[in-house]
Design a protein around this ligand. Structure first.
Ligand code: AMP
Length: 416
């Protein structure tokens, strides 16, 4: 019995599931490139401090979910729980502002969070992320949202809702926090335990509490929009107007604050009721103050988002995954085996997807395997055929067979 199993919350991908993952990643790569974004690849582990400082000590991710370890030199490293902080680190470390004033970057890769696993929530999962670094224009927010929408559209995912909000900036956030505190002071004892801590440490995080009692209390609080400064209001209005001009439907939800501390101004999510409890397929927002944390306070305006690829795959209809058929499966006999590899080499050099059974079991089992691999054609190489310098090509859908000279196999198959 196998005694070592994969770690909790991780997945093995093979055959269909691995094909789906590659297909989706390739499509995303194509669409991001069409939108003028370039790929960035950063390490899977980073210095722990990058995340504790960048994401915020009080967030669930940092306080409960990170996979942190010491390397042999005693340095604390962490498997990346998200990638925005790492992309900003790479941007600063490699002086990407010298490449372009505005860097339009995307990544596709695995992230690690020690969450309680359930459907749509894993400890190792994949994200497609966008980071537009260097522009404070609301059009960069629009561009980020539109690329995500284009990807969902390309997979025919339509039952979604774009939800947006503004979470202000260091000018107006404190005023709103103060207003929240005042409006909730009489209810503090009725809040859940976590929110009582949040009330003192990070009151904004209370807004996305799922506890029913807290949700009832929160319904009565003032909304952020009434407290934002002129700059944040103009930004948010510009974003809403541009989305409307583009015919992009959206809803404003004043309770949307998102889990990470670094957001300023825009916060958004695309949600789908098809995803059950884990309703967000992607989330993002502006993080104008993040770079400044690692850059002696020199801020770089930026906006980004992250989409969960497992959740995306879950929503894609199976028909969208193009059927991937093998072109040719070679059927041979012990006496003719020496002809197999040279023919396979020729076929593959001509981009004809081809395979065979190394162990040459019975003819019946070779045909069974050809069917299992969904081969369009089988190429039968018997002793009779070899003596005539031919092989038989059988169309596996119609059953039709044709004798073809061994010298013309590629040509014959390419014509089909
Ligand atoms: P976040 O980085 O928390 O804003 O998440 C962005 C997106 O990543 C979510 O909307 C999900 O689609 C996906 N995601 C986040 N955490 C997980 C997880 N533990 N397992 C699978 N997908 C996740």
């Amino acid at each position: 019995m196998l005694i070592i199993k994969r770690p909790r919350g991780t997945n093995d991908l093979f055959y269909e599931s691995a094909k789906k993952m590659s297909f989706v990643q390739n499509e995303i790569n194509k669409i991001a490139t069409i939108h003028g974004f370039s790929e960035i690849r950063t390490p899977i582990f980073e210095s722990t401090e990058l995340f504790t400082r960048g994401i915020g000590e009080e967030t669930d991710i940092v306080s409960k979910e990170m996979f942190t370890f010491l390397d042999r030199g005693g340095r604390s490293l962490t498997l990346r729980p998200e990638n925005t902080a790492a992309v900003v680190r790479a941007y600063l470390e490699n002086s990407l502002q010298k490449e372009y004033a505005m860097n339009k970057l995307f990544y596709i890769g695995s992230m690690y969070r020690g969450e309680r696993p359930q459907k749509g929530r894993y400890r190792e999962f994949h994200q497609f992320g966008i980071e537009c670094i260097g522009s404070s224009s609301y059009l960069a927010d629009v561009e980020t949202i539109l690329l995500n929408v284009a990807i969902l559209d390309s997979f025919n995912i339509t039952e979604t809702e774009l939800v947006i909000n503004t979470v202000g900036c260091p000018n107006c956030k404190p005023k709103y926090n103060q207003a929240l505190r005042e409006s909730l002071s009489s209810e503090k004892d009725n809040l859940c335990e976590t929110c009582q801590v949040r009330y003192d440490k990070n009151i904004l995080r209370m807004l996305d509490c799922k506890n029913p009692t807290c949700q009832e209390i929160i319904k009565k609080i003032p909304t952020f929009y009434d407290f934002v400064c002129d700059e944040c209001r103009e930004h948010f209005d510009g974003l809403c107007e541009e989305l409307t001009r583009l015919g992009q439907a959206f809803t404003i939800n004043p309770m949307l604050v998102r889990g990470l501390d670094y957001y300023t101004k825009t916060a958004f999510e695309i949600q789908s009721s098809n995803l059950g409890a884990q309703s967000a397929i992607l989330g993002g927002g502006r993080y104008d103050k993040l770079a400044g944390m690692f850059n002696n306070g020199v801020d770089v305006p930026a906006v980004g988002s992250a989409m969960g690829i497992e959740r995306l795959i879950f929503m894609i209809e199976n028909e969208k995954f193009i059927e991937d058929r093998l072109d040719v499966f070679i059927i041979a006999f012990k006496e003719t085996i020496n002809h197999v590899m040279p023919i396979l080499k020729r076929l593959r050099a001509n981009n004809i997807k081809s395979d065979f059974d190394f162990d040459l079991k019975s003819i019946k089992s070779q045909f069974k395997l050809a069917n299992k691999k969904n081969a369009k054609y089988t190429l039968i190489i018997g002793t009779d055929e070899i003596s005539k310098n031919v092989c038989k090509i059988r169309d596996m859908d119609s059953g039709d067979e044709k004798e073809v000279s061994l010298d013309n196999i590629e040509k014959e198959l390419k014509n089909k």
